[in-house]
Ligand binder design. Structure first.
Ligand SMILES: *Cc1c(COP(=O)(O)O)cnc(C)c1O
Length: 367
């Protein structure tokens, strides 16, 4: 069986180091808000090549806290609008609606799967306060036009960088392009903890300070509460694991790129649409997503041949029961809906063998 993702194999590679730091944390008697988290935040700032980093409990909270921080700073208030791609993981929207802000969905570009920047301006109103770009599947969503548009309309750009740690656009790291970025270290992400974790990065020191307080009950000083905050802290043990794994993320992303390049060069079948990316960007291939009309059959053919594949994502947020209150219908976002019906994610992770990759190519070319 070729697994879609084998976390055991991925983490086994670092077993000795992970066990070492775990035992150090256990022995330290200190499990939250300690040196490990401070060190990981410094490591992340160094990796991101500048800015401030705040370690939090998960990626959804990272995005929620960015918006909550902007609300506390007075940049936005209940009822304001945030532009967000229609074809994202639901967490991007949950962060918005949880803050009583309104998500304004915009279709993606069918070739890049990322937010179609040319469709944004017509959706901007006097209530629009930010654009949330999602670097979907590890591919950066950015352009000079996007930046100009945000400046022209005085909008913040928030990056949902959950899937793209390590990616670059014109040499700049994703998470360092906009005003603030949310990271997820969910175990299956490119940089995965051994449990839930997330982080925020920003160059805005005031925002960073407020978010740090908001993530800790709204308190910067123990038992003094300035804001109505959350409890969203990264565990010391997860921070220790992440500092170990961060050392190897570029190597792992490089391996992902090699596999993706092999797929791109060798999958040759008119029935399969391959993912695309531009010259000026470094894609980190969180997912390798193809598009096929006959998806159900392709997926069962792969599975009959012992290859696991997954769908990211089968139901777009606007058609989820959770968002029935937004009163969208089937047909409102045809590009997004078509993607949801035709996308298929192939196995792509650093520990895959050459033989696995070649088997998948051969199977797909025989369809
Ligand atoms: C994983 C993910 C999140 C949420 O991260 P968690 O750590 O699972 O809360 C948000 N947005 C996108 C695009 C994601 O892929």
């Amino acid at each position: 069986m070729i697994k879609f993702l084998d976390l055991q194999k991925i983490n086994n590679k670092y077993e000795a180091e992970l066990k070492q730091v775990a035992s150090e944390v256990i022995d330290s008697g200190w499990y939250l808000l300690g040196d490990r988290v401070n060190d990981f935040e410094k490591d992340l700032v160094a990796y991101q090549e500048g800015g401030f980093a705040i370690a939090v409990a998960n990626g959804l909270d990272a995005l929620r806290l960015i918006l909550k921080g902007y609300i506390e700073l007075g940049y936005m208030k209940e009822g304001d609008e945030i532009i967000v791609p229609a074809n994202t993981y639901i967490a991007s929207l949950l962060a918005i609606t949880d803050n009583r802000l309104k998500p304004v969905l915009v279709e993606p570009d069918p070739e890049t799967y990322n937010l179609d920047i040319s469709r944004i301006e017509s959706r901007i109103t006097s209530k629009t306060k930010a654009i949330m770009v999602v670097h979907l599947y590890g591919k950066v969503c950015w352009s000079d036009d996007l930046k100009r548009l945000a400046e022209k309309h005085n909008l913040k750009i928030i990056e949902d960088n959950a899937q793209a740690i390590g990616a670059r656009w014109n040499g700049i790291r994703s998470g360092n392009l906009g005003d603030a970025a949310g990271f997820s270290f969910y175990p299956g992400k490119n940089l995965g903890a051994l449990g839930d974790s997330g982080a925020i990065t920003t160059k805005d020191e005031n925002l960073a300070k407020i978010i740090r307080a908001l993530a800790n009950y709204g308190s910067a000083q123990k038992y003094v509460n300035q804001y109505q905050g959350l409890n969203s802290r990264m565990d010391e043990i997860q921070a220790a694991f992440l500092s170990v794994k961060l050392k190897y993320i570029d190597e792992e992303n490089h391996r992902r790129q090699e596999i993706a390049n092999y797929y791109l060069a060798n999958i040759k079948n008119d029935k399969i649409v391959l993912p695309q990316f531009g010259q000026n960007e470094e894609h980190v291939w969180h997912l390798f997503v193809i598009s096929v009309q006959d998806r159900a059959n392709v997926q069962s053919y792969l599975s009959d041949n012992r290859v696991q594949s997954l769908i990211h994502y089968p139901i777009p947020p606007h058609l989820q029961e959770a968002y029935s209150s937004l009163v969208y219908r089937v047909g409102d976002f045809p590009i997004t809906e078509n993607m949801a019906e035709t996308c298929l994610s192939l196995p792509l992770w650093p520990g895959m063998t050459k033989q696995d990759i070649n088997t998948i190519v051969q199977l797909l070319n025989r369809i």
